[in-house]
Design a protein around this ligand. Structure first.
Ligand code: FES
Length: 201
């Protein structure tokens, strides 16, 4: 069965956010990908083909857009998907050593899931927090900063026990009607697009 076969209301709601035109339908690609990934953990070839039909493009085009973003996965990930920033500042601060440690300790390579289903690993480009390098992101849940050997050991011990440690910096998860990002802990981020008031965190 196709994923969206019984989700016509959801699809209509997503399309309603964009102009009613061929270009508008193609703009719905990202939320459709997010919908599948949130539900299934990754976007398979079959789902890419299904989305391509919905928005009037090809599966190749869907894959090419996906490949630009490290947040979309074409293969299943572990319960804890560990993303190590490999860009310059993090590399200078020790992300290569962090990566080698994770790969050896967990015995997983990119695209693999550890035998217990818990872990997968991925190198990603700059996470935008270079001042707290080296950086690790777990799932979509937040940032773990200045991850040296001791902190890495504590994080892995928690994850092995299925206790996900609190991130140092939860990622923004919602955007208000005023255009303000709100982080998972309820703090607002930056300046309102409409009010230009308020503080930063
Ligand atoms: S280089 Fe790693 S967060 Fe920017």
């Amino acid at each position: 069965m196709t994923y969206f076969a019984d989700k016509s209301a959801l699809v209509a709601d997503i399309f309603s956010r964009y102009p009613d035109s061929p270009q508008g339908r193609r703009s719905a690609l990202m939320p459709l990908l997010r919908e599948v990934q949130d539900a299934e953990g990754f976007v398979s070839e079959a789902r890419m083909a299904e989305i391509a039909v919905l928005i009037g493009t090809t599966a190749t085009e869907v894959r090419s857009v996906m490949s630009f973003y490290s947040t979309y996965h074409t293969v299943p990930t572990g319960k804890y998907h560990l993303q190590v920033c490999s860009t310059l500042m993090c590399a200078l601060a020790g992300s290569d050593e962090l990566w080698d440690h994770l790969v050896e300790t967990l015995d997983v390579q990119p695209g693999e899931v550890s035998p217990d289903g818990r872990f997968s690993v991925q190198k990603v480009e700059c996470l935008g927090s270079c001042g707290t390098a080296p950086m690790l992101q777990i799932n979509d849940d937040g940032y773990y900063e200045n991850v040296g050997p001791g902190k890495c050991a504590r994080i892995l011990a928690d994850l092995r026990a299925d206790r996900q440690p609190l991130p140092d910096n939860p990622v923004p998860v919602t955007v208000t009607a005023e255009g303000r990002q709100v982080m998972a802990n309820g703090q607002t981020v930056g300046t309102s697009l409409t009010g230009l008031g308020g503080g930063t965190v």
